[in-house]
Write a protein that binds this ligand. Structure first.
Ligand SMILES: Nc1nc2c(ncn2[C@@H]2O[C@H](COP(=O)(O)OP(=O)(O)OP(=O)(O)O)[C@@H](O)[C@H]2O)c(=O)[nH]1
Ligand code: SF4
Ligand SMILES: [Mg+2]
Length: 407
């Protein structure tokens, strides 16, 4: 990923869906003005989702996802259909493409899926150079319908405009990471361990994005490793408005930061930015109900090569076993991979998901709720296991009632 590019997790994801050969890839190419996705008269050309990040003014950074046609049948088609449906989990806006004279139960079925996933959508009748517009459809009157010809570039500007108008306003208001917890002129101390897991020559995304958010909200910050934290705090003329630490060193940082200075973790900040802090806090208390041989799912949004004392694969499982004294069965899933059958798990623990867009994390929370499985995240879990959850959550008004109910 280029350092100049907005990370994917901050982009609005626009998925292009529809049956095979209707011109989905042609439309993507027409929208972005480049040949990104292969176009051919053979149905089933696009087999794997194709992603293209771009600036769509005035929205800003988006990712278009061209999908495989989903009317596929047969074994291979089945896999393609599965992959395409999985894209819905991270789709903020769906474009349903069909040919001008086609409107069937298949298209209605896709709309049902969008509605099930609560995805705003618009409908495109493509190839209007070839066939007439359909006389009648049962598309909801509030849904935008656009008529295009991807080959003769008709209706492409209207489609761009319809996309802009269909994206809900809330996507334009970016959620602060820490900005709402500080005032202009406030100092924030950030604790960033440089251990074996730290990438060479740079900070990790949650740290970089938190620094940017502090600057956006006219605050300033110092960044220290845990070993320098004590002297850094002693040398400050005024105490920081808040200290944010990497969860992995939570317990030692907790001892170093005086009680009157608010303390939380990057991962907890991300729990609310990318997910739902209330659900994660409610979920963490289910650790107390775990029993021998229960299965726990650890979900990491990025696929990295695991190292010897990996946080998801080693540290959290060890802390969990120490805390509960139980023999737990831990499964780890990474990237966009997430099990369909969640009911066998008693708890899901998710990473900060800095690489995901919020939609994908919310979809996972929704799936867990539907399966009756509690879900929490790394930062909330680690502070719970180290007995510092109440302190770590003190800055967040929205979870006070949940904490009080636990006492
Ligand atoms: N006449 C006409 N042909 C089009 C139009 N858009 C696409 N096509 C043609 O339709 C065929 C399929 O186009 P694609 O863009 O590959 O369609 P797709 O929906 O991505 O197909 P799959 O990847 O197979 O699902 C190609 O031969 C295109 O040139 C259009 O607006 N008018
Ligand atoms: S594991 Fe999760 S929180 Fe950590 S860097 Fe990857 S996506 Fe971000
Ligand atoms: Mg295609």
């Amino acid at each position: 990923m280029s350092v100049l590019k907005t990370p994917k997790g901050f982009r609005i994801h626009i998925g292009i869906f529809g049956r095979r050969n209707v011109g989905k890839s042609s439309l993507l190419n027409a929208l972005v003005g480049q040949s990104i996705s292969i176009v051919s008269p053979t149905p089933g050309t696009t087999t794997d989702p194709v992603e293209k990040a771009m600036e769509l003014q005035p929205i800003g950074p988006v990712v278009f996802i061209d999908t495989a046609g989903v009317d596929d049948i047969g074994a291979l088609g089945g896999k393609r259909v599965e992959k395409t449906i999985k894209i819905l989990e991270r789709t903020d806006l769906a474009i349903l493409v069909t040919e001008a004279n086609i409107w069937t139960d298949f298209e209605r079925g896709l709309i049902q899926k969008f509605e099930e996933y609560e995805i705003p959508y618009l409908v495109v009748f493509n190839k209007i150079d070839k066939s007439a517009k359909p006389d009648q459809t049962d598309i909801n009157k509030n849904v935008r319908v656009v008529y295009t010809s991807a080959v003769s570039k008709v209706g492409i500007d209207e489609l761009r405009q319809a996309i802009i108008e269909t994206i809900p306003d809330e996507y334009f208001r970016s959620r602060p990471i820490i900005g709402d917890l500080i005032n202009p002129g406030d100092l924030v101390v950030l604790v960033a361990p440089i251990d074996k897991e730290a990438p060479k020559g740079r900070l990790i995304l949650p740290q970089v994005q938190t620094i940017r958010d502090i600057l956006d909200h006219n605050g300033y910050c110092i960044v220290v490793k845990e070993n320098e934290l004590k002297s850094a705090l002693e040398n400050l003329k005024t105490p920081p408005a808040i200290t944010v630490t990497d969860s992995q060193v939570f317990d030692i940082v907790n001892q170093m930061v005086p009680e009157h200075i608010p303390l939380t973790s990057f991962s907890i900040l991300y729990a609310r930015q990318k997910g739902d802090l209330r659900e994660f806090v409610k979920g963490v208390y289910s650790i107390k109900n775990l029993k021998d041989c229960d299965k726990v799912l650890i979900a990491e949004a990025c696929t990295h090569h695991p190292i010897a004392d990996d946080i998801g694969r080693v540290k959290i499982p060890n802390w969990l076993k120490q805390y509960t004294g139980l023999d737990l069965k831990i499964d780890v899933f990474s990237g966009h991979d997430f099990p369909e059958n969640l009911s066998e798990y008693k708890l899901v623990i998710h990473c900060g998901a800095c690489m995901f867009n919020r939609k994908e994390v919310l979809t996972r929370i929704y799936k867990c709720k539907k399966a009756g499985v509690p879900i929490t995240n790394y930062g909330v879990t680690i502070s719970f296991l180290h007995g510092i959850l109440n302190r770590a959550l003190k800055p967040f008004k929205e979870v006070r009632d949940i904490i009080q109910n636990q006492h």
